[in-house]
Design a protein around this ligand. Structure first.
Ligand SMILES: [Zn+2]
Length: 90
């Protein structure tokens, strides 16, 4: 029985931050869900984002206010700083 989350934390968070002002597709949401079951750090961030921006939950017909996206991106960046190996940083 191999449990492959399919994606690592840094990659996942980058993807989420890229998609913040758009809609995440179902496949990406599923990857995120799977990863969050294995990884508490990401689960916390994604959970917060879901509450803030409705990530993977409600379809949006309006773009998010810039302040909200900025806040969410800031949260992602902070977590990336904590968990991403230095070599992954630009
Ligand atoms: Zn993770």
């Amino acid at each position: 029985m191999t449990q492959d989350p399919g994606i690592d934390c840094a990659r996942l968070l980058r993807q989420v931050s890229e998609y913040l002002d758009q809609e995440l597709d179902t496949a990406t949401c599923r990857v995120i869900d799977a990863h969050c079951r294995e990884c508490q750090a990401c689960a916390d961030v994604i959970d917060g984002l879901r509450r803030t921006v409705g990530l993977c939950r409600e379809p949006r017909d309006r773009p998010l206010p810039a302040a909200i996206t900025a806040k969410a991106q800031e949260a992602i960046r902070r977590l990336l700083d904590e968990i991403a190996p230095r070599s992954l940083k630009p």
